[in-house]
Design a protein around this ligand. Sequence first.
Ligand code: SF4
Ligand code: SF4
Ligand code: FES
Length: 546
Amino acid sequence: MGVGPHDKLKLEASFMPTLTIDGRQIDSPDGSTVIQAAERLGIFIPRYCYHPGLSIAGNCRICLVEVEKAPKLQIACNTPVTEGMVVHTKSDKAEDGRRAVLEFLLANHPLDCPVCDQSGECELQNFYMNFGLYDPRFREQKVKKKKAVEIGPHVMLDQERCILCSRCVRFADEISKTGEFGIFNRGDRAELGLYPGQVLDNPYSGNVIDVCPVGALTEQDFRFKARVWYLSSAPSVCNACAQGCNIDIHYVLNRPHLNDGARVLRLKPRYNADVNQWWMCDEGRFGFHWMDKGRLTKVRNQGVDSTWEQAIAAITAALAKLLEDGSGSRLGVIASSQLTNEELFLIREIFQSGLGAQVTTASPTPPGYSDDFLIKADKNPNTLGATLLGLSGPGPTDAASLIDEALEGRIEALWVFGHDLTNIMNEERLQELSRKLRLFVFSGTNENHTASWSHWILPTAAHVEKDGTFVNCHGRVQRIGRAFPPLPDSRPDWSVLLEIARQLNHPLPWRTPQEIFLGLAEAAPFAGLSYEKIGSQGVALGLPPK
Ligand code: SF4
Ligand code: SF4
Ligand code: FES
């Protein structure tokens, strides 16, 4: 697996030719191309085969520009900048060239737009409206090819819609290095397909849907669920492994009929040069259905619906009694590396420093497949954050020891954040634990065995429903963003914790994740940081190498 060959311009290049594009001068690094120089000037040149993360193919010709003194139009994606070059991207000649290219590309393209999932984000539609608008002259029968072919578990191919830009071929050759795609035959019979016997099931297969500029490769999971213009988008970070790929969450709130009431329709990678470039893995991309399915929707006490007010009052009363009767060390807390730094910090302040409880952080999701590109074996997004806060790693006791202590009667109250303890014990022991404990609280997003055997269930917000930060496995602190509000009866863990502190008569001075982070940033390694400084691309904490 690897990154694209020219994903970053080498701005430090010693020779910087000066060229003029549409009357504006720019110094561009030697070896860079006209399309890259134009981009830095904010001039958009249309492209199909060009993708900044892939090698240059130069086969689609849509990026034609006029270069003074050149005998014919040049392709901007494969024309290196030279000293004194004068480029026109909007001259009549350049526009006529692009129109002709579009007319050729659309000659055999089916009239599928009304039934095509790409409609609304299709570069054939967009460029036709922006750069085409010719009068069609093609009267012949269009060439027929295969449609709606399942080429793997996630991707659907429509050969008629393919414009043979070869982006997907290059992705599979250069990035996933799995090489499933080829372009077969010649002329108007040329078609995109898989090599015989191949299935598109590599761990990064979904990225070919993103790189395909048209509706030839579409997503099976998202297929026909919504027209893309109904989607809203919010930036966040994937929580499915410790890499923390930057993502956009595409969701719909006001059209429940579109997706059986589910809000999240798809996840897309968001560019971050230091984390995931343009890519994400299939596990992260398609593993989001838990956000809308199997969610805990009510506060419950011993299986009976209750309210937040009753729950917080009963839990704080039980904690206060525990303190009266002995020491806080009879409270055990199993925090989670799916929680944000802000929430882990509150757990440390309230339970460990405030009450003297035994606190540990465990990983709710067990380790899994990893590779040397993006996918990490640790399937939790904030293990390093928990370690930096002193709640995980060498030192703190582990979850299994806390449970042993509880079964032996030395721990009388247990608060479990999001875990299913049947991952580390059988259900009989879980039942015994439930019987022995004076207080057993489960807070989390989804139903599981531990929730069923707890005394109190507190439904909490998913990471897409709250603000906060994670630290990825490379020591980069990144913000997750609240895309939409939590489900009606659930609350973010940070707000539950602040309320517990208030009712325990130890109110904390913060009201929002942003303020909690400022409290956290009073000490290393977060010192001096704020949400503004972290921004949309995160900040490397500058930790010593492991
Ligand atoms: S399927 Fe899409 S990405 Fe692949 S060659 Fe065709 S148009 Fe390009
Ligand atoms: S590599 Fe990890 S963080 Fe990135 S998309 Fe996959 S699961 Fe999510
Ligand atoms: S984008 Fe330049 S030839 Fe395709």
